[in-house]
Structures are given as structure tokens and as C-alpha cells.
Design a protein. Structure first.
Length: 583
């Protein structure tokens, strides 16, 4: 709401300095009205001599009676007895082409190629007609050509020094320029909020509308002609805004008015923009002059105004402050637009309207509605954010609990996986590797020994007289002896060595990067450790060992060959009396 109040107050008071600047006492100004006695004559043909024409008096040089389809008329009067230095005559507008003569000599022309009477539309600029230094009390004649519904001069004719008349333009346009600057400020504010704050469709409409209104106000200034002397281009821009502004207003109202008027406004906006685009395109292709495009705009505006008033009134009944603001601003804008249409149709006398004030007032109303709507959205978003925060807090707690449970389940699963892997690779009794796992390990070590030219040795171990021990003391005691032997073997090995239970009472040891002499020393340490163990009386146990090796630069042995060689060495140890190591 603070933003809405700022925009409305800014728009309401922005024009006050301009009003003060543009107002004040004009009695001391160097220019004055040129309201001499006028006469007119229809010129048929346009080149007819003045003395052959039927000259009649007229109050103002515009729209003489008895036109009857004629397109060439002349107006004349007498210049004042005294003219200032660098004198000029200011004419706000002409329908639509003219030449000016002073005492029979041409001094000015607009819209007419040299030596031709082409009266096609060239725009409605203002004219600053230079007067000759010796033109005092001489006759001035305007030859006007037009196939428009109006023919002649429009507005307050001023005469004075050229610089003074240019100052009059500045004073006249000062409030309009300030209004244009105010509209640009509102547009930039809407664009900044859209880009860096809230990306709402309403800000796009507000920015677009205020930019179009700024263009409309700029096209109504006199000073534009000094910066861009292209009157026909300005007329096209003004005609385009006549369609674009109501079209964008209709689209803006889609989110404001109640159903079913929202759908009506939506289609009104599309139709307005489509008709405007088509009307301007046909004019650009030369089908008709650009001023003809105003006719469908006026018809659409009349229908749109009625629908708008009904829609906003229906919304007012439900207590909508937004609709009340739009109703007031659009009503003022519509009355001014109707006034302009009546003036353009010559149903009301020409006036230099204050349309720019109403445009600013309307833009302020739109900006206020946008700010109110976004403020309401912010409150609704705040409420939803609080509800979402509470929901998130509960959800985070649930997620934390479920995550903790999942982590615990994953940990148990990893442990179980590890246990299964160990169980699949180890002997359940001795906790040494089993024969299947050692087979894969020995194959890998053989390939590495051959590739890197390293020695590899294996030791086949077998308990002496183990069957007799089982038969005498039972299998439970036999299992205990096997576990003791396994622990003794592990105690004599390096971290890189492997030991496995190969059979019932057989063990196989793999010694990477170990030659025959090294393997013999390891086997002897194991044999001596088993023999020297403190066994219970009557249960002394010894072990026999056979050693085999894959040596560097020898042909690669297969696993079965290496194990068989160790097994044969073990057999020789057994045959030699047991409790010994053989190769």
C-alpha cells in the first residue's frame, strides 16, 4: 500500500510545478492573436486568378460552407500595420496542405510538390510561417488543399517575433514534457520491480501502458517537431497508440474485473490490437491515409467504454477498491477522449486540451491498482510462506527420522554384506581363506609374477598322523588342533602373503615375490612353530611341508602345475619321515 500511495501522490502532484511554470500572466508576451477579418473563396480550378473568384467573409479560416466535394479553398486577410523584427505567423495545424503568399509572392508551402496540386496527407505539423520585413499592412493569402473531411486552418493563430513564438511552444509544452517524464518514471519503476523484485504480469502491463502513454503525450507536443521533423511518422505513432493503449488496458483488466467480464476484456484486448495492426498496415500500404485509421478506433472505444463501465460497476458492487479507482480514472479519460472525438468531428470548437493530465491520472490509477494487487499478493504469499515453513519443519523432522533409520539399515546391510563376503571367501573353522578364493588369488599372482618377472612360491602343508589324532581324541579335539595350526601359520606370514585351508588337514600358503630359498625359510619357521607349540600331553602334533616356486625368466606355470609340484614335494617330506620341509 505504501507503494500505491507513493505512485498516486507522485502522479497527482508531479504536474503542479509545470502548471505554475506554464501559467502566469501572458499580457506581457511578445506575441498576440492574429484574428483579422477573413474572407474565403472556393478555387475551381485551383489555378484560378483571385479576381475571378467569389470572395465572401468568414469568421475563421476553416471549413467554409457549400464545400460540395471541392478540395481547394483560399483564405485571405491583411497583416497588421506594424510587424516586429523577424516576424512570423504560427499556425497550430492545417487540413491538410497549403501555400502562403504575401502580396502575391510565395513565402511558405507544406505538402505540395513544386508546381503540383497533390493534396495527399502529409501529417498535421504546426507551421511557423516567416513574414517579409516589408509585409506590414499587406495582404496574406492561404491556398489550402484537402480531401479530408475538414479543410482550412486550426487552432489559435499567433503573430510575433520568431523567438517569441518558439518561447510560446516551450511554455505550452512544459507540462506535457513533465507528464512524459513522470510516465517514464512510473514505467521504469514498474520495469525495475519486475526485473529485480516481483516478476508479475501486472508490472509488464503497467510498464507497457505507461510507455505507450508517454509516447502519446510526446506525440502531442509541439517541440517534438524540432527534434524529429517527421510529421507523418508522428501521426502513425499517435494512431498506433489510439489502438494499443485501450488494447493493453483491456488485457490489464483481465485480472481485475469479475467473471465473465474477464473473458470479454481478454478478447477486447486481442481485437483492439489486431484491428489496430491491420488498420496501420493498410495505411502504410497506401490503401487509405492514416487519419482514416482513427474511425475504427473511435467505434471500438465507444463499445469498449460501455463494456468497461458495466464490468467495473459490477466489480464495484462487491466492494473492490481496485475497481473504484479504475472506474474513476477511466471515466475521466473516457470523457476527455469523447471530447477529442467531438472536436475532431467539428462538433465542438477546437481547444488545446489537457489530455496529458488525464493520461497521467489514468497511469497513476493503473499503477495504484498494480501496487494494491501486488501488496495483497505479498500478504497472501506471507501467509502461505508461514504455513509452508511449519509444514517444512514437520517434514524435515520426518525426513531426519527416516534418514536416520535408512542410514542404520544401510549400515546393517553393509555389515551383512561384509559378513557374507567373508563367509563366502573363508573357511568357517579356521577363518583362513577357502580353496575357491585362493584359487582366484593364486591365478592373479601368477599373472603378475610373469608380467613383472617376479618370483612366486607356494607351500603345501599337511598335519602328520592327523587321522590317528581324530580317532584317538575325537573330531572336536581335531578341530581345535586345526584352528591352532591356522593361527600358527598366520603368525609366520607377511601381510602380502595368503594362507588357505586346502583340504581336510591340508593348508596352502602363497608367497608373492618370494623365491625358493625364502619359501624354505618360511616353511621351516612354520614347521618349527608347530613342533614347539605347547600341546597337551599325548596330543603333540607336527607338520610336513612341500615347497614349489615360479622363478623369473622361466616358462609360465599353470596353477595346477605349481600346486602339484608343491604337493609332490610334500609327499617326499612325508616319505622322508614327516615333520620336515622338502622341495
Amino acid at each position: 500500500m505504501r507503494l500505491a500511495l507513493f505512485l498516486f501522490l507522485f502522479a497527482a502532484f508531479a504536474v503542479v510545478p509545470a502548471c505554475l511554470f506554464a501559467g502566469g500572466d501572458r499580457e506581457s508576451t511578445p506575441w498576440h492573436l492574429f484574428d483579422q477579418d477573413w474572407t474565403y473563396a472556393w478555387a475551381e480550378p485551383p489555378t484560378a486568378a483571385d479576381d475571378t473568384l467569389d470572395w465572401k467573409p468568414i469568421a475563421y479560416p476553416s471549413n467554409p460552407p457549400d464545400r460540395a466535394g471541392r478540395y481547394a479553398v483560399r483564405f485571405r486577410t491583411t497583416l497588421p500595420d506594424l510587424l516586429p523584427s523577424d516576424a512570423a505567423l504560427f499556425v497550430p495545424s492545417v487540413d491538410t496542405a497549403l501555400t502562403v503568399r504575401v502580396d502575391g509572392s510565395p513565402v511558405y508551402s507544406f505538402g505540395l510538390p513544386s508546381g503540383q496540386f497533390d493534396h495527399s496527407f502529409k501529417g498535421w505539423p504546426w507551421h511557423l510561417i516567416p513574414l517579409p520585413a516589408d509585409g506590414a499592412a499587406k495582404q496574406i493569402e492561404f491556398r489550402v488543399y484537402s480531401d479530408y473531411r475538414d479543410i482550412g486552418l486550426w487552432g489559435r493563430l499567433l503573430i510575433g517575433p520568431r523567438n517569441g513564438l518558439l518561447l510560446n511552444l516551450v511554455l505550452r509544452d512544459a507540462p506535457r514534457l513533465l507528464v512524459a517524464a513522470s510516465l517514464l518514471t512510473i514505467a521504469l519503476l514498474g520495469a525495475l520491480i519486475f526485473l529485480f523484485g516481483q516478476a508479475r504480469r501486472a508490472y509488464i502491463y503497467m510498464t507497457t501502458l505507461t510507455l505507450l502513454m508517454m509516447l502519446r503525450v510526446a506525440s502531442d507536443t509541439y517541440l517534438k517537431q524540432l527534434f524529429l521533423p517527421a510529421p507523418l511518422l508522428w501521426e502513425y505513432l499517435k494512431a498506433a497508440t489510439a489502438f494499443a493503449i485501450p488494447g493493453c488496458v483491456a488485457l490489464f483488466l483481465v485480472d481485475i474485473v469479475r467473471k465473465p467480464f474477464d473473458l470479454v476484456m481478454k478478447w477486447f484486448g486481442y481485437v483492439y490490437l489486431a484491428v489496430g495492426l491491420g488498420a496501420i498496415a493498410l495505411s502504410l500500404t497506401g490503401v487509405y491515409p492514416v487519419y482514416v485509421a482513427y474511425t475504427p478506433s473511435e467505434l471500438l472505444f465507444g463499445l469498449f467504454a460501455m463494456v468497461f463501465l458495466v464490468a467495473t460497476f459490477a466489480s464495484l458492487r462487491r466492494g473492490s477498491r481496485e475497481s473504484a479507482i479504475l472506474f474513476a480514472t477511466f471515466l475521466a479519460m473516457a470523457l476527455l477522449n469523447i471530447h477529442d472525438i467531438l472536436v475532431a468531428r467539428s462538433l465542438l470548437p477546437w481547444t488545446d486540451t489537457t489530455e496529458h493530465y488525464m493520461i497521467l491520472f489514468f497511469a497513476a490509477g493503473i499503477a495504484t491498482v498494480v501496487a494494491m494487487r501486488v501488496s495483497g499478493m505479498h500478504k497472501e504469499m506471507g501467509r502461505h510462506a508461514a504455513e509452508l515453513a511449519a509444514l517444512n519443519a514437520g517434514l524435515e523432522e520426518t525426513v531426519f527420522s527416516r534418514t536416520h533409520e535408512l542410514e542404520e539399515a544401510n549400515r546393517q546391510l553393509a555389515l551383512e554384506k561384509e559378513r557374507l563376503e567373508i563367509a563366502s571367501n573363508t573357511d568357517e573353522l579356521t577363518r583362513l581363506f577357502n580353496r575357491r578364493y585362493l584359487q582366484a588369488t593364486l591365478e592373479r599372482e601368477l599373472r603378475a609374477a610373469h608380467r613383472y618377472n617376479h618370483p612366486l612360491s607356494v607351500i603345501m602343508l599337511d598335519l602328520d598322523h592327523f587321522k590317528r589324532l581324530n580317532d584317538t581324541y575325537g573330531h572336536v579335539e581335531g578341530d581345535s588342533v586345526l584352528k591352532t595350526i591356522a593361527s600358527t601359520i598366520i603368525g609366520e606370514l607377511r601381510d602380502v602373503d595368503y594362507a588357505a585351508r586346502y583340504g581336510g588337514e591340508e593348508f596352502l600358503v602363497v608367497l608373492p615375490r618370494t623365491d625358493v630359498s625364502g619359501a624354505l625359510r618360511v616353511a621351516e619357521r612354520i614347521r618349527a612353530a608347530v613342533e614347539g607349540h605347547s600341546w597337551p600331553a599325548g596330543r603333540e602334533t607336527t607338520i610336513s611341508a612341500g615347497v614349489a616356486a615360479q622363478m623369473p625368466r622361466s616358462s609360465e606355470l599353470k596353477i595346477n602345475e605349481l600346486v602339484s609340484t608343491a604337493d609332490e614335494a610334500l609327499y617326499r617330506a612325508k616319505a622322508g619321515g614327516r615333520n620336515r620341509v622338502s622341495i
